[in-house]
Design a protein around this ligand. Structure first.
Ligand code: V4E
Length: 204
């Protein structure tokens, strides 16, 4: 599945407006440990290996327009698929992750309030380092459905009076963490994304 999502940084009042009319699904705690090489080789390629509540997951970009207002990522949770994507050999998974040079590099705990309106998932996240971010998400199966989902998210946000709240620099939790705690690395990753985008545009 491909996750198409838009993040927003909102006031309490705006959050109430966003979730009005939606169904509260529940609250979950997320314990995320992001793994990468010491020079953040994965994040620089717009790939994110994390252990969420004990389970490994890999988020892989499905289009190299990284700063786009709406992002779309494939989320791999199957260890075989993650092995293949990262070129990890057979053998104990955790050991192979370590042998490939990936170490825990950022840890974030989040309290997530989950809501649903039709097929839209709305998450209101509160991270332990003091960052609050809201996400509107649609899941699609095929690459060709991504543009339609982006349009629907845009319309949804617009109907809640929030589309202008997504303009400018909205950082997800990991990038906000690095922005606050390790600005040099944050800038290196952002620069690398720009290079990837430029190369992608040249070749397409
Ligand atoms: C995809 C990504 C990163 C990995 C963390 O993803 P994020 O959506 O921030 O975390 P979370 O906890 O909401 O994951 P979910 O539960 O939705 O799977 S770190 C940086 N990125 C890329 C990225 C981007 N290009 N633009 C924005 C606004 N955010 C993240």
């Amino acid at each position: 599945m491909i996750e198409v999502e838009k993040k927003f940084v909102l006031s309490e009042e705006e959050i109430q407006g966003l979730v009005k009319g939606s169904r509260f699904v529940g609250e979950v705690e997320l314990d995320d440990v992001y793994y990468d090489t010491p020079d953040f080789a994965l994040m620089k390629q717009d790939r994110y290996l994390r252990r969420r509540n004990g389970q490994f997951e890999l988020k892989v970009s499905t289009a190299l327009v990284i700063d786009a207002p709406t992002t779309h990522y494939r989320e791999l949770t199957n260890k075989g698929e993650i092995r293949e994507e990262l070129g990890l050999g057979e053998g104990d998974f955790e050991w192979m992750v370590e042998r490939a040079g990936y170490k825990p590099i950022v840890s974030i705990k989040t309290l997530r309030k989950k809501y649903k309106e039709g097929d839209f998932n709305i998450d209101i996240d509160s991270a332990d380092f003091g960052h609050e971010v809201a996400e509107v998400e649609l899941m699609v199966e095929k690459e060709e459905d991504v543009q339609g989902a982006i349009g629907r998210i845009k319309q949804f946000a617009f109907s809640k009076g929030l589309w202008d709240k997504s303009e400018g620099e909205i950082r997800g939790k990991v990038m906000e963490y690095l922005y606050r705690k390790n600005r040099a690395v944050y800038e290196e990753i952002a620069k690398s994304w720009k290079r990837l985008e430029a190369a992608h545009l040249r070749n397409n």
